[in-house]
Design a binder for this molecule. Structure first.
Ligand code: NDP
Length: 337
């Protein structure tokens, strides 16, 4: 059983030394347990937070522990009521080939779902995050302008497409011309601006002639700098993530603009609201699942995955995700086909 364990806490960007691949004996499922063979491992930005022991909403992975992660797995032995050999499940089994589970936080996916790995993306945590943050905190109304960065990732792409279904103008922000073209041509965004462009702030302002009513915050940093002056009175900002800062080791240099920001919040009556998806909105999951399945079946929402073969490639793929090298939802196929 190959396992990626946390070897050291990274300072800044994770390195090849952060995680270590170890071999351990195949675990055995006892009474009330089942043995899972992991087929897909989700890579998600929050994993950077689990590598750190800074205070957070969830406990860190301990040094020597298997790295945490959402997985799609096959039951290969079971002494647990309700789970049979051959069942496909959504679990939190982490970065390894096999895991024993007592059924905690495990959901059955049915014998033959069309796209098992989608339960790690559009039909799972990231899709739910987009849906809940946008509709429950962003509260967009038809005709309003929504801006969202990481626009081709699983959260951002879903936010923008839901925005279009709700009748809004949607302006994406993404890294590079290929991602921007995809957001407009394939996802139906009204515009998409490359945050790597030297004229980013001006281009964003031009793409938002009526200002921004909902800024779905995924990245922070200079994207947030460009967005802030464009926010309309009573704009809503679901604070979902600030990925540009996840590897940061200190606050950026420069003038302290905290009081300027507070003045904007006051004068424009802005709403900034952070959320942790299952803590805050878990009760809405069935409503999300029903609505999203319908949108996918009717072709209203499209989904892009980037599947990488081999558990051995997971750390490099994760480092790349934080650098923006992914194009779509990054998933590891643990055993190459
Ligand atoms: P993505 O697959 O979109 O991957 C991250 C993307 O972020 C990269 O591809 C890159 O896109 C962009 N990015 C990275 N660094 C920067 C930077 N310095 N400036 C601008 N963009 C950058 O991730 P997800 O869709 O899975 O997640 C999106 C956000 O949602 C993350 O911040 C994540 O932490 C957050 N999240 C929060 C949850 C919650 O409960 N609050 C739950 C799930 C996710 P590009 O090349 O286009 O810039």
């Amino acid at each position: 059983n190959r396992q990626w364990i946390l070897a050291e806490r990274p300072i800044g960007e994770p390195t090849d030394q952060t995680l270590k691949l170890v071999e351990s004996p195949l675990p055995v499922a006892g009474p009330g347990e089942m043995l899972l063979r992991i087929e897909y491992l989700s890579l998600d930005p929050y994993m950077r937070g689990r590598m750190s022991d800074a205070p957070s909403y969830a406990p860190p992975v301990q040094i020597g522990e298997v790295m945490t992660g959402g997985t799609v797995a096959r039951v290969i032995a079971s002494q647990l009521d309700g789970f049979e050999v051959g069942d496909l499940v959504l679990s939190r089994s982490g970065w390894q080939d096999y895991a024993v589970s007592d059924g905690t936080e495990v959901a059955k996916l049915g014998k033959a779902p069309a796209h098992p790995s989608w339960s790690l993306g559009i039909l799972g945590m990231p899709g739910f995050t987009a849906w809940a943050g946008l509709t429950r905190i962003g509260e967009p109304k038809a005709g309003e302008t929504i801006a969202v960065a990481a626009a081709t990732g699983p959260v951002g792409a879903t936010v923008g497409q839901i925005g279009k279904i709700l009748g809004c103008r949607v302006v994406g922000i993404a890294g590079g011309p290929e991602k921007c073209a995809y957001a407009v041509e394939e996802l139906g965004f009204d515009a998409c601006i490359d945050h790597k462009s030297p004229d980013f702030a001006e281009l964003l302002a031009k793409a938002c002639p009526d200002g921004i009513d909902v800024y779905y915050e995924n990245v922070g940093g200079k994207v947030l700098d460009g967005v802030l002056p464009l926010l309309n009175p009573n704009a809503r900002v679901p604070v979902c993530g600030i990925i540009s800062q996840y590897n940061a080791t200190s606050l950026p240099e420069g003038p302290d603009r905290l009081n300027w920001l507070m003045a904007q919040i006051l004068r424009k009556k802005l709403k900034f609201q952070g959320f942790i998806i299952f803590d805050d909105f878990g009760h809405l999951y069935p409503e999300f699942a029903a609505q999203m399945s319908g949108w996918i079946e009717s072709g209203k929402i499209r989904y892009r995955e980037e599947i990488i073969d081999g558990l051995e490639n997971a750390p490099r793929a994760f480092i790349g995700l934080l650098r923006g090298e992914n194009f779509g939802k990054r998933v590891i196929r643990v055993r190459p086909a």
